[in-house]
Design a binder for this molecule. Structure first.
Ligand SMILES: Nc1ncnc2c1ncn2[C@@H]1O[C@H](COP(=O)(O)OP(=O)(O)OP(=O)(O)O)[C@@H](O)[C@H]1O
Length: 659
């Protein structure tokens, strides 16, 4: 579990208030709005997903880092017979089934572990993805029974790699970016860095998400084509292209009837009304064809393909990695860096008004007992962050179908290389002295070690460490989390899948009055939540599932049985088990109910914290709410509960924004 320091001197409040803030003038139920939204059938409606192409981590070779050296003398995948203290004993990490670590290979450790929290992290990693071919229509995604994973061969196979006409606009954008990248390589100095600048405010960096996705997709396809995997090219309806307004086109969605249904193991149900047939890739996780495609059927993608590392550099607008000191210098002076918290994979530091999460990757040494993420996995996490960033209300005039500020804003990314900077080591040691870190000391990283730095807004303190003042704040927490999940569900079939109290940040803003509200848009309806002075941000999307419109990104938790073996009656462990029941271990699928079980967990946490200011009536309300939650199928459904009727306002009911 992620932990956070007492964080002395934490500034109260984000650098800038989200633009969706309003003052609420009146309370009002959302009845009318709700009937409209529910009637529209949006997020939970007849959504469809076209599975075009996919992969399963097990089928993937571990990609070797470029010249990364294992300073600790432990190659990924090797058993580590360590006589040094291993800091981790978490039950859910015992199985290292991930890229670079073969199933069954375990780190042998002869020392007690410092880390006792079973839920701290996953022992498996490697984000999964299912790509949609450009311009193709969709095949509805189903939840095949695992015992019958291989449906019959389609009768009418077409040997084509891509279906549908090429999206020339995107291609153009892609090649323009690649050209820009090459230019950068010739004359590097893409970003301003090199001098420590106190509190230097960063402009928001605009990332071209669709170009990034396109580049990523091309590289993935090329990689698979190059490795001559077994393709299955199926006859299916075509997938509409991505929409930039933060809402999946209905036909990009997973069909309602296929969500969670195990009675229909076939993957090829063609939604009624879609008769346009074209060829698509099917999921690599369910390869069905035992025949290799003709050479001629694979487009020459290798020229366009870039390594994940090169793509990361491009996303970061860098021609080469920089040092951690250079990256941090953009935001603050070295002496001001404070470590805020840690996770299994990342160390979070406050740097000026931002929080920089430093995640080592591509190295062969174990970090905190774990194999490091590969560039490919990091890239997919970057894609996920950018997709969620897209949910934020536009800075321009564009009105989005779905928008909210409930997910932490990722402001930028940096690719870094080299040893940890002394200023970071200093901050790390200060935190360790106060909070007793469960992570490895960062002083033995090599000169070749790479890191991705996620530059995020400062979301405040995590719920584990945050003391809610009163019942109103508890309600504010619940309504903000529910609204954010509902919006992301509707926009991109988002499921967080790991919403424990370390992954919810709270920030009390003393400047907000009691009527302050936070705006959000759900399926075109502008609404507000009452905040009672609290800003809530959801972080850590490692386990999350998202449908970007181009691809489904998810983690196949079925390869990590230990995750579901946590202590009985432990709320968090029970929640993972509930998710497993809901998904039936079919993690590719869309099951918004997983968001509901985390909301139930959240109510439990609030109840469990036994805030002294809660009256017995407050307790009763929460218990009754928790009971009712069990009957909902999505966060969006939950938002219709009477518990929220005084907490949700239509935009018209809210006073004009003061933000
Ligand atoms: N944007 C942020 N603002 C404030 N604190 C943050 C922020 N991001 C992370 N933190 C702190 O750092 C901790 C670890 O972050 P996070 O959970 O993202 O790391 P992780 O390595 O992904 O964790 P996990 O072990 O769950 O995978 C959080 O619990 C929180 O205390």
């Amino acid at each position: 579990m992620a932990r956070e320091a007492a964080a002395p001197g934490r500034t109260a409040g984000k650098a800038s208030a989200p633009s969706g803030h309003h003052h609420a003038g009146a309370r009002g139920g959302g009845g009318d709005l709700w009937s409209e939204i529910m009637a529209s059938g949006g997020g939970g409606g007849a959504a469809r997903i076209g599975v075009v192409y996919g992969r399963r981590r097990a089928a993937q070779e571990a990609s070797r880092p470029r010249g990364a050296v294992d300073v600790r003398g432990v190659a990924a995948g090797e058993k580590r017979a360590s006589f040094e203290p291993s800091k981790r004993t978490s039950w859910n990490r015992s199985l290292s089934i991930r890229r670079g670590v073969a199933a069954g290979e375990k780190r042998a450790s002869f020392e007690p572990s410092k880390r006792t929290s079973w839920n701290r992290s996953l022992s498996i990693r490697g984000r999964e993805s299912i790509l949609f071919a450009p311009g193709t229509k969709i095949q509805p995604q189903q939840n095949p029974c695992r015992a019958q994973k291989r449906p019959p061969k389609p009768g009418n196979r077409v040997k084509r790699t891509f279906g549908g006409p090429p999206d020339l606009k995107k291609e153009k954008a892609y090649f323009e970016e690649v050209d820009a990248f090459e230019l950068m390589e010739e004359s590097p100095s893409p970003k301003n860095f090199g001098t420590w600048a106190r509190g230097m405010e960063q402009n928001y960096i605009v990332h071209d998400l669709s170009a990034i996705l396109e580049r990523w997709k091309i590289s993935k396809l090329a990689k698979f084509a190059a490795s001559r995997p077994l393709f299955d090219i199926m006859e299916t309806p075509a997938v509409p292209s991505v929409r930039s307004d933060c809402s999946l086109h209905d036909s990009c969605r997973t069909p309602e009837k296929d969500r969670g249904s195990r009675t229909n193991p076939m993957r090829r149900t063609i939604p009624s009304g879609l008769s346009d047939k074209t060829s698509i890739f099917t999921s690599f996780s369910e390869l069905k064809i035992k025949e290799e495609p003709d050479d001629s059927s694979i487009p020459s993608l290798s020229a366009e393909a870039m390594t994940a590392f090169a793509q990361l550099l491009l996303v970061c607008n860098q021609s080469a990695p920089i040092t951690l000191a250079e990256a941090f210098s953009t935001y603050c002076i070295p002496g001001s860096i404070v470590k805020l918290g840690e996770g299994t994979f990342g160390e979070a530091f406050r740097a000026g008004s931002t929080v920089c999460k430093v995640v080592p990757f591509d190295g062969t040494s174990l970090v905190n007992g774990e194999t490091q993420k590969k560039a490919e996995e990091v890239l997919e996490e970057v894609l996920l962050c950018l997709t969620l960033n897209n949910l934020r209300a536009d800075r321009g005039d564009n009105v989005k179908e779905n928008s909210c500020h409930g997910f932490i804003e990722t402001k930028d990314f940096w690719v870094c290389q080299g040893p940890y900077d002394p200023s970071l080591i200093c901050a790390w040691e200060d935190w360790d002295a106060k909070c007793c870190s469960e992570n490895d000391h960062p002083n033995d990283f090599s000169n070749e070690q790479c890191y991705i730095v996620f530059v995020q807004a400062d979301g405040g303190r995590d719920l584990e460490k945050f003391a809610l003042l009163d019942y109103n704040e508890a309600c504010s927490l619940l309504v903000q989390v529910t609204a954010a999940l509902a919006v992301a569900e509707s926009a991109c079939e988002f499921e967080h899948r790991d919403l424990h109290w370390g992954n919810i940040l709270l920030d009390r803003d003393e400047t907000q009055d009691k009527n302050h509200t936070m705006g959000f848009t759900l399926q075109g309806k502008n609404m507000c939540t009452r905040t009672f002075g609290l800003n809530v941000s959801i972080i850590d999307f490692t386990l999350s599932r998202i449908n970007t419109g181009d691809a489904i990104l998810f983690l196949d938790l079925s390869t990590d049985p230990a995750l579901f073996e946590g202590p009985k009656r432990d709320k968090q462990a029970e929640t993972y088990r509930k998710m497993k029941q809901i998904t039936n271990d079919y993690w590719e699928g869309s099951f918004p109910k997983t968001n509901v079980v985390w909301l139930i967990y959240l109510v439990d946490i609030v109840l469990q914290k036994r805030y002294s200011t809660f009256t017995s009536k407050d307790d009763r309300e929460l218990r009754a709410f928790k009971k009712r939650l069990a009957k909902y199928d999505s966060a969006k459904d939950c938002l219709t509960d009477s518990f929220f009727s005084d907490l949700l306002l239509s935009d018209e009911d809210a006073q004009p924004s003061t933000a």
